[in-house]
Design a binder for this molecule. Structure first.
Ligand SMILES: C[S@@+](CC[C@H](N)C(=O)[O-])C[C@H]1O[C@@H](n2cnc3c(N)ncnc32)[C@H](O)[C@@H]1O
Length: 338
């Protein structure tokens, strides 16, 4: 039986070997990148060649595949490396080898866009500010809860955005539309704003003659016709927003942090909500500072962490204890207000 809500000090490969197969629902992890940092001279990442690094990583990935349930997911986040002035494309080499060697499908290559990347003084190259998160599965029956993904980004304008589209009033006023056209434009704009407020439409865009570019491919009765004849057109958006394979977030900074490569908890929480249910088991075989485990705990999932460095292992336990205390205090506060 697999013990859950625990952190294990040890080597990911050795520890995973002792796990029974098909027991874990979700694995989210960020292994050490190739020759990027020294995590105390232990574990993987400092191999002589990238080939040796990839072999060690794939060995552990193979164990992840073995312990994963058939409807589970594995998310591996990797960063790249310049070798002799050229990007080595290590994350992509890993993803290709993983697919060739194991029976896995690659569902998405999710791009993490770092809104505040580490500033670099490069004179002849741009500052890298993205990293891939590869989402692998064992079968097309994987659990996937798209509705809960980026819930807070679903535009719900009821009260949240007080003046959707108000700026268009000023544009109409400053346009060279006739007084009658301006009158009609303002009337239809007010209706669209009300529809957004009532949740009847998700959003809208307005195009005003002489101010906005004309739409392409206009036809009789279409947007171009409206723009030319009426002086404006309103494009209403209904239905769900597109959920893209891009997650933008800041690089995590933790006061007095004891670990140098922490990924953002917000991003991990999104993936946990997307790929697991409450009560599921979430595993991070390269736990680092324990971000995955804390996110899993806060979202009512069971967690298992493996970390080879005793210093980080102790830090994870501290962070988990803080998270536990925070949640208990929040619950206590809630009862006191009841
Ligand atoms: C990039 S860090 C993970 C950071 C983590 N995602 C976070 O947000 O804090 C990788 C971690 O893997 C650990 N590690 C390296 N080799 C390992 C191995 N063979 N088994 C277990 N942990 C290992 C390192 O000590 C390091 O803490």
């Amino acid at each position: 039986m697999t013990v859950v809500d625990t952190v294990i000090l040890g080597d990911a490969y050795d520890v995973l070997k002792s796990f029974p197969q098909e027991t874990v629902n979700l694995i989210i992890t960020s292994p050490p990148y190739y020759r990027q940092r020294d995590y105390g001279g232990i574990g993987i990442g400092n191999e002589e060649t990238k080939e040796a690094y990839l072999e060690n990583l794939l060995k552990i990935f193979g164990e992840c595949v073995r312990v994963l349930k058939n409807d589970g997911s594995i998310v591996f986040n990797l960063g790249d490396k310049y070798i002799n002035g050229s990007l080595a494309l290590i994350p992509y080499r890993f993803a290709i080898m993983a697919m060739e060697r194991f029976n896995v499908l690659l569902v998405n290559n999710i791009t993490w866009v770092k809104k505040n990347p580490t500033p670099r003084q490069y004179k002849r190259r741009l500052t890298p500010s993205t990293e891939p998160f590869f989402h692998f599965v064992k079968s097309d029956k994987y659990y996937f809860d798209l509705d809960s993904f980026m819930e807070d980004k679903k535009p719900s304008f009821n009260g949240k955005r007080r003046n959707p589209g108000e700026r268009y009033f000023k544009l109409i006023e400053n346009s060279d539309l006739s007084p009658e056209e301006k009158e009609l434009a303002k009337k239809e704009l007010s209706i669209a704003i009300e529809e957004v407020r009532l949740g009847l439409i998700r959003d809208f865009r307005m195009k005003i003659r002489g101010i906005h570019a004309e739409p392409f491919g206009g036809q009789e009765g279409g947007r171009l016709y409206h723009l030319r004849r009426k002086g404006f057109t309103i494009i209403k958006m209904r239905g769900e927003p597109i959920k893209r394979d891009v997650i933008e977030s800041n690089v995590e900074t933790i006061k007095g942090r004891k670990h140098s490569a922490i990924y953002p908890k917000k991003l991990i929480s999104e993936l946990i909500k997307l790929l697991s249910r409450e009560g599921d088991i979430v595993l991070d075989p390269f736990a680092g500072s324990g971000t995955t485990l804390i996110a899993a705990y806060e979202l009512k999932r069971h967690y298992i962490g493996i970390e080879i460095n005793p210093e980080y292992y102790r830090y994870i336990l501290e962070r988990l204890e803080d998270a536990r205390r925070k949640i208990q205090n929040e619950r206590k506060g809630l009862y006191e207000h009841m």
